[in-house]
Design a protein around this ligand. Structure first.
Ligand SMILES: [Zn+2]
Length: 104
């Protein structure tokens, strides 16, 4: 709905499009900032309970253990490193179950 001239309508439409593009950009920037804030908040904390992760040596591999719930966080390659020292094969079978990002 408009009562303006075609020229006024044209500039009004340009203005609306410009504002929509600016709003979309601000929204994208807010999402990036929010993601960064979330990462900072969770870094060094247990993904299960939010407790503090404490480095601990297990079979010569440095793993992160939650001081509250005892969950273990393995960095990339640590599960494979443990599997290499695993005589029973249990860790090796876990490693093959959870070999994320290594799909053939
Ligand atoms: Zn925990």
């Amino acid at each position: 709905m408009s009562t303006g001239s075609p020229e006024e309508e044209y500039f009004a439409r340009l203005d609306r499009e410009k504002k929509a593009a600016m709003a979309a950009q601000l929204d994208a920037e807010a999402q990036v900032k929010n993601r960064e804030a979330q990462r900072a908040l969770h870094k060094g904390h247990c993904g299960r309970c939010g407790g503090k992760l404490v480095p601990q040596s297990f079979r010569g591999v440095e793993i992160d253990v939650c001081e509250d719930c005892s969950s273990v966080l393995l960095d990339p390659g640590e599960l494979e490193a443990l599997a290499g020292k695993d005589e029973s094969g249990v860790v090796a079978s876990l490693a093959s179950m959870f070999s994320f990002g290594k799909k053939k």
